[in-house]
Design a protein around this ligand. Structure first.
Ligand code: HEM
Length: 207
């Protein structure tokens, strides 16, 4: 059984993940207010109950996050139009970049179920959105891959990630009503994150 990467407010070895800048001053402050965030949460049907359910099943996310990410990245690997955004100038996949991004992606899964939706969380969502666009893609790892994950693929991939944790929930023995609740909470959380990331792509005033 693995040790939790972090707990609410506790000291966190996760901070040693290269480029994982959660809570750091260097990252952008989200222009979204906490009040606007609450409106978006309500629009997505996200409630405090969802947060509780994810936290109740934290063990699944802490233990299986890497396998989840591997399964989603396999989907990217199978589709050249997606794998393209990890390819270096020599036409080969940039394995060092992929490894660094993967470590942060795994941490993200754990954060989804453990981090409260406060200002630090909001700021890091702004940062992740920007990291999918020319504003910040490649910058964190000094990579030289194409500079944009187009919005259409970011949005489409929610289909994979929002639904792609269910197998793990079932394998971990969650069933019945609790399985439905956990699945719904995870899906809503993913929608919420990608919603906030989409801001980086929107023309001023349209988001
Ligand atoms: C629901 C959809 C998606 C989720 C939840 C997601 C999640 C993430 C996360 C958590 C990170 C790391 C953020 C950090 O630096 O802490 C990341 C980075 C990245 N993602 Fe996504 N992603 C999604 C869609 C996509 C798609 C469709 C692609 C294209 C194949 C993609 C390519 C990348 C790349 C290239 C990076 C590294 C960006 C950089 O240079 O820092 N992502 N993603």
């Amino acid at each position: 059984m693995s040790t939790p990467i972090h707990d609410h407010g506790g000291p966190s070895p996760a901070l040693e993940i290269p480029g994982y800048d959660f809570g750091k001053l260097a990252i952008a402050r989200s222009p979204v207010s906490l009040e606007e965030l609450r409106q978006i949460e309500a629009s997505a049907g996200w409630t405090a109950e969802d947060a509780k359910i994810l936290e109740r099943h934290r063990r699944i996310f802490l233990d299986r996050a890497e396998e989840m990410v591997d399964s989603w990245r396999a989907v990217i690997g199978q589709q050249p139009h997606l794998a393209h955004w990890f390819v270096g100038p020599d036409g080969q996949p940039d394995d060092a970049y992929k490894a660094k991004v993967k470590a942060r992606f795994v941490q993200w899964v754990r954060d989804v179920c453990l981090r409260p939706h406060d200002q630090d969380w909001l700021n890091y969502q702004e940062e992740i959105g920007l990291r999918h666009t020319p504003a910040k893609k490649n910058a964190t790892d000094g990579a030289r891959t194409p500079e944009l994950v187009p919005l259409r693929f970011l949005l489409a991939f929610t289909g994979v990630i929002a639904l792609g944790a269910r197998t793990f929930f079932v394998q971990e023995g969650v069933e019945g009503e609790e399985l439905l609740r956990l699945q719904d909470a995870w899906a809503r959380a993913v929608v919420l994150h990608v919603n906030l990331w989409s801001r980086a792509y929107a023309r001023e005033g349209l988001w």
